[in-house]
Design a protein around this ligand. Structure first.
Ligand code: T4K
Length: 369
């Protein structure tokens, strides 16, 4: 990379083009392009094995997967969720005619604070939709305890959490369902894509029907489904991507370590502490720009842009500040002080397996000089 080439917050990991050609040739030969073809079946099986889960249903993106996860569990009424996420999290509720109830985050983990959930539960509450933000594990035990007490479903938005593991196994086993995103900007990408991790075959079957218009065979439609299918192109690409994933994750770990080392001691810059998960995925590298730093967060963001380094303010504004949410009582800033404070100071630095040490040094020099 030339010294002044742009550095973006994310950049997809991709295999050498020539390795994908045989997969394309196979698709040209069979002319099976979608609707659950051979690459789709192989990719589902390979993902189950890689992630250590029993059942998975592939999707065309993470947002449709979220919509269908809520449909699959027949979630209605009110759902407790975090304001500190990508807007798709709450949009999936509105698209299902569900009222989001925003609950504040824990200031350290930046995930939904279980200690505040109980006060937000009403007779209409049917589920909790937490996010493993930046791939950092939620307080899954705290959330489970509340869900069990009140008989609520739990759907984890695990869009950032591909490959994250606890001491005992995958993070994707918590809750009733977990939803993944394979968008280009994610740790693992299939261009666009997503998935729902399901605990058993019964729910997987329902999900598979919901994403295929509600068909159960050629002539019977039993529910108002949607088109959420992943194409053969995306599935084949995913299959190939899995081969290099471990190397990409190792690279991310090294970049994370370099950032932490170089940013240490810069007054007013705070790195987020590592999460509680045993195997992180280093999906993002967020910093908090605090008062002791000579520039505001937005000042630093601008300065970096001028040097062709494109950090991003994930997640500012809060979801609860967008027009379709801000009139909800739970969206009031006074209800969400931790999320509000973090949204004002957060900056996600470039993070991808393609970054060189020189790139990381260039990013840090924008902050340090
Ligand atoms: N839940 C959560 C918690 C999520 O974070 C997301 C998505 C979802 C649900 C929904 O999943 P999907 O339906 O997307 O599968 C990006 C992504 O579009 C979005 O997937 C992601 N979260 C969100 C956090 O970030 P933008 O609008 O910031 O992306 P964009 O296009 O500005 O890309 C950022 C940078 O990445 C670009 O400046 C350059 C680089 N880039 C991007 C693309 C698309 C590339 O190098 N190549 C590319 O193809 O939303």
């Amino acid at each position: 990379m030339k010294n002044d080439d742009p550095i973006y917050v994310a950049q997809p990991t991709m295999p050498p083009l020539e390795e994908f050609i045989p997969y394309l040739e196979e698709m040209w030969r069979t002319r099976i392009l979608t609707n659950g073809g051979p690459f789709h079946a192989k990719f589902e099986a390979a993902l189950c094995e890689y992630l250590g889960v029993k059942h998975i249903s592939l999707f065309n993106n993470g947002t449709i997967a979220l919509l269908i996860a809520l449909q699959a569990l027949r979630v209605t009424g009110e759902v407790i969720t975090t304001p500190y996420s990508f807007v798709a999290t709450a949009h999936s509720l509105l698209w299902n005619g569900i009222k989001p109830i925003f609950v504040d985050i824990d200031p350290e983990s930046l995930n939904l604070d279980p200690g505040r959930i109980e006060a937000a539960i009403s007779p209409q509450t049917t589920a909790i939709l937490p996010v493993h933000c930046y791939g950092h594990m939620c307080d899954v035990d705290g959330i489970r305890a509340i869900a069990e007490t009140y008989g609520l479903k739990v759907i984890y938005d695990a869009a950032h959490a591909f490959g994250v593991r606890t001491e005992s196994g995958t993070i994707l086993d918590y809750g009733d369902l977990s939803v993944l995103s394979f968008h280009a900007t994610k740790v693992f990408n299939t261009f666009e894509g997503g998935a729902i991790v399901c605990p058993n075959n019964t729910i997987k079957k329902r999900i598979d029907q919901l994403k295929n218009f509600g068909f159960i065979d050629e002539i019977h439609v039993v529910m108002p489904g949607i088109n959420g299918k992943m194409s053969e192109f995306n599935a084949a690409f995913g299959l190939l991507q899995l081969k290099r994933l471990d190397a990409a994750l190792q690279r991310r770990e090294a970049i994370d370590a370099r950032y932490r080392k170089l940013l240490q001691g810069i007054a007013g810059i705070r790195c987020l502490p590592p999460g509680i998960e045993a195997t992180p995925n280093y999906a993002y590298f967020p910093i908090l720009v605090q008062q002791a730093y000579p520039l505001s967060r937005d000042g630093l963001y601008q300065k970096m842009r001028e040097r062709n380094v494109f950090a991003r303010r994930y997640f500012y504004p809060l979801i609860s500040d967008f027009p379709m949410y801000r009139n909800l009582p739970s969206a009031a800033p006074a209800n969400l002080p931790n999320a509000g404070a973090v949204a004002e100071t957060i900056l996600c630095l470039p993070m991808s397996s393609n970054l060189s040490e020189g790139d990381v040094d260039r990013v840090v020099s924008c902050i340090a000089d």
